[in-house]
Ligand binder design. Structure first.
Ligand code: HEC
Length: 110
């Protein structure tokens, strides 16, 4: 059937409670400093530890467009918070695995 072929849409099929927790973490981890406004980008060039200054990308629909970062070094959203993520890219070192999962759920809802 036609509908079966439509891929999962951003905003669909995510746990809304986890996404809400993730939204709070997105603010408290400082993500909104760069990823803000309707498109989740302030359209500036920033050094987030990826070897130079790169334009802050929009995060709309981000869950569906891996790999991430200008060099594709993060294969999944989870990788963004691993060694490929770096310390300059939001304050994520203090987050526990459950919080990172909530943050990813929120990102997948955008
Ligand atoms: C200092 C500004 C800044 C902050 C703060 C920031 N980001 Fe980013 N973000 C960037 C830039 C610049 C890139 C692109 C880097 C590249 O292309 O290598 C990026 C890329 C990303 C990507 C990959 C998007 C893609 O399409 O490749 C995700 C996901 C992301 N950021 C999530 C977050 C989250 C979650 C936080 C908070 C923990 C955060 N960012 C905090 C500037 C920032």
């Amino acid at each position: 059937m036609f509908l079966d072929r439509i891929p999962a849409t951003p905003g669909g099929a995510v746990d809304p409670v986890a996404a809400e927790r993730g939204k709070l973490l997105f603010a408290s981890a400082g993500c909104v400093g760069c990823h803000n406004g309707d498109l989740f980008t302030n359209l500036t060039l920033q050094d987030v530890g990826k070897g130079g200054r790169f334009k802050v990308p929009s995060l709309l629909g981000v869950g569906a467009r891996a790999p991430y970062m200008h060099d594709g070094s993060a294969l999944t959203l989870a990788d963004r918070f691993g060694p490929a993520g770096g310390d300059l890219h939001g304050q994520t070192a203090q987050l526990n695995p459950a919080q990172i999962a909530d943050l990813i759920t929120y990102l997948e809802s955008l």
